[in-house]
Design a protein around this ligand. Structure first.
Ligand code: OGA
Ligand code: NI
Length: 348
């Protein structure tokens, strides 16, 4: 695969469209009818995991985590130890960034080569249907040329502190995930590259949308990396998770951090854990901000089912693949349902 150099069409920021006051969604954002949003009347919600239970009622909590990884691929973490002020500070600072004048933000315009910076498009296929969102993408690790915005001034300090907390949580969760698979507790962390994992952040901004029934804020996709810590908007829902044939709207619990399994954990666990499709719906009256922190294997890691999990009854479902190559494939295609990890199977 050659390297991706630039966007196939000039980038249009959705925020500019939204602020123009248009009453119609332009054609390029209109999804085919089967992909348009639906609302299911259901009380179902993704499982809530109280992390203090890992100490006070360990067996029970470990079991809840296992079920969440297997049945949902999603959970909401509460009592995770990250301070409320830091969560609020992180959300607010990105809100402030997205409300800065367009000329300021455009200084950070990104390209599909690394995706770092301010952008709107995911994927480089000309004429593709686009999503109703803008974003800012940052690499934490490796951090050779991290493109921090200079405005607002405290953004970098806050987001570095936030990253430390998520890395701490990530190590705890990978231990729990390993033990639940009957593996040594540092097995998954080592498979990710030990201390030198990959980590990046996408701050998502979903502007108000005049015709939310025709489009999506983020098309259905599974996350290509290891696992994702999502800090959802405090007031506005929008994330939907696929459960069997339904789309369940996530109702965030106060101060929760949402965690989902990515494709690489599905591969490493030989599909014991599920990387589940999700998407974002938008609405006419409220904008929404979310922070997706991707806790990934290091780029050069060769990812394949952990050998202890491969037996004659449960053969390896995926061929080995270097994480960076897998990611390049996704970055070319943009968000596309479950096709990605499942298509690896057919290459065997
Ligand atoms: C993502 C994602 C969900 C959201 O960024 O990969 O799924 O609620 N975001 O913004
Ligand atoms: Ni996602």
């Amino acid at each position: 695969m050659g390297s991706i150099v630039d966007w196939p069409e000039p980038v249009v920021y959705v925020q500019s469209l939204s602020e123009s006051g248009t009453l119609v969604v332009p054609d390029q954002y209109i999804k085919p009818p089967p992909d348009r949003p639906t609302t299911w009347l259901t009380d179902m919600n993704i499982p809530v995991i109280d992390m203090t239970g890992l100490i006070s009622s360990r067996e029970e909590t470990m079991k809840q985590v296992f079920e969440a990884c297997r049945e949902w691929g999603f959970m909401q973490l509460v009592n995770h130890g990250v301070k409320t002020e830091l969560l609020d500070g992180a959300r607010d600072i990105w809100q402030e960034f997205f409300h800065a004048p367009m000329e300021v933000k455009k200084k950070y315009a990104n390209s599909p080569k690394t995706y770092e910076g301010f952008g709107s498009r995911l994927g480089v296929e000309k004429g593709a249907t686009l999503d109703w969102s803008d974003y800012y993408y940052l690499n934490y690790h490796p951090n050779c040329h991290t493109k921090w915005p200079a405005h607002p001034p405290h953004l970098r300090d806050i987001m570095e502190e936030y990253s430390k907390e998520i890395l701490r949580l990530g190590e705890v969760l990978l231990k729990v995930f390993s033990i639940n698979l009957g593996l040594e507790e540092d097995c998954l962390q080592n498979a990710f590259g030990g201390k030198h994992i990959g980590a990046c952040l996408r701050a998502n901004f979903y502007p108000k949308c005049p015709q939310p029934d025709l489009t999506l804020g983020l098309s259905s996709h599974s996350d290509p990396g290891g696992m994702t810590f999502l800090l959802p908007d405090k007031r506005v829902t929008g994330l939907q998770v696929r459960k069997d044939d339904q789309w369940i709207t996530v109702k965030p619990v106060h101060n929760a951090i949402i965690l989902n399994i990515g494709d690489q954990l599905q591969v490493l666990s030989n599909a014991k854990y599920k990387s589940v499709e999700h998407r974002v719906v938008v609405n006419p009256n409220e904008e929404r901000v979310s922070l997706a922190y991707f806790y990934n294997p290091r780029n050069e890691m060769l990812i394949q089912p952990i050998s202890e999990l491969v037996t004659s009854e449960s053969p390896a479902l995926y061929p080995p693949m270097i994480f960076e190559e897998y990611r390049r494939f996704i970055r070319t295609k943009g968000p596309q349902g479950k096709l990605q990890v499942e298509s690896l199977k057919s290459t065997r």
